[in-house]
Design a binder for this molecule. Structure first.
Ligand code: AKB
Length: 324
């Protein structure tokens, strides 16, 4: 499909951490009425409701998706609805149901209606046997979490639809995403967002991973930029489709706390690892994203220092306004 024809977008998981900001960015780019936000359980924000159409969709219910696709003449789906790693370990069957059956419904609808699909993958596709430093694009995928298993299966299923049915499916292996608009929920990298809210509100945070836990991360403006950039890339030039490695920075929990302390000197961070430590330990510390750089021009703008400064400025304003 030519770029100019892409103008009716559906975002599932639009009330989530990434979906909420992606929807607004897509509305700004393609026009408010051309981007339908769809949520399920979380309450949509005022901003989401006031800037364009909103629908309730359970991605496990194919009819509920198809109805919206027909009603709005959708041609592109950003399928952001998912159960993340930590919730996935607590509710593995729900994780399989939402992540796999939900994706299957989206792909089948895409095949029948000739739609384009963005489906996020994650660093959770990697496991303990994967090289941890500068993790290659094409490497061992033996995750130990149900979330990781659904993401590997999702990458493969998406690629199957590309090859077998000629469906345009693309995806990025998101690292931890740090953002100031909507709190994440149920992920292992959530500590890297929560720490900011607690530092600003209470000057204290109890972190659920050890201080030496290093993970790859990206700031939301880069995440949004990269996602839209991949979807605008020339499909025929892509060698990979559904599984692009992507990163902007890597740091330990302590390095993050120390950077925050530069802005909030009396901030105190304690470390009390829980079950999420094991998940974090099975993931890479740093990522080789050269395929994304070469195939569609990925280049992040934010490093640790710049991201922390921006996060603190944004959240401090929200705090002063009584919003957090
Ligand atoms: C999680 O922690 O589960 C997610 C992810 C890295 O996919 N943020």
């Amino acid at each position: 499909m030519a770029k100019s024809e892409m103008n009716k977008i559906l975002v599932t998981g639009a009330t989530g951490q990434i979906g909420s900001e992606l929807t607004i960015a897509l509305r700004e780019k393609y026009g408010n009425n051309n981007v339908v936000a769809a949520g399920h359980r979380r309450k949509p924000s005022e901003k989401l409701l006031s800037t364009g159409p909103y629908e309730t969709i359970d991605v496990r219910d194919r009819e509920s998706i198809e109805k919206v696709v027909r009603e709005y003449g959708i041609d592109t789906i950003y399928h952001m609805a998912a159960i993340l790693s930590a919730t996935g370990e607590e509710k593995p069957l729900l994780c399989w149901d939402v992540n796999i059956n939900g994706l299957y419904n989206i792909l089948e609808i895409a095949r029948e209606h000739n739609l384009r699909v963005f489906h996020p993958s994650s660093i959770a596709v990697f496991g303990p046997e994967t090289p941890k430093e500068n993790t290659p694009q094409d490497t061992i995928l033996k995750p130990r979490t149900m979330y990781g298993i659904t993401k590997v299966a999702g990458e493969l299923l998406g690629e199957y639809y590309v090859r077998k049915f000629n469906v345009d499916v693309r995806g990025i292996r998101y690292p931890g995403i740090i953002s100031s608009e909507t709190l994440p929920g149920g992920g292992t990298t959530d500590f890297a967002v929560e720490i900011f809210y607690e530092a600003i509100k209470n000057k204290r945070y109890t972190c659920f991973v050890r201080e030496d836990t290093v993970l790859p991360m990206t700031y939301m403006p880069d995440c949004i930029k990269g996602t839209i950039q991949l979807m605008e890339a020339d499909f025929s030039k892509l060698k990979h489709h559904t599984d692009f490695n992507l990163t902007a920075m890597s740091f330990s929990a302590k390095e993050l706390a120390d950077e925050i302390k530069k802005h909030i000197p009396d901030f105190v961070c304690e470390y009390k690892p829980d079950f999420r430590q094991k998940i974090a330990d099975s993931w890479p510390k740093s990522i080789d994203d050269s395929a994304a750089r070469e195939e569609w021009g990925w280049k992040p703008d934010y490093d640790l220092e710049k991201m922390v400064k921006d996060m603190i400025e944004k959240l401090q304003k929200k705090h002063e306004a009584g919003l957090i």
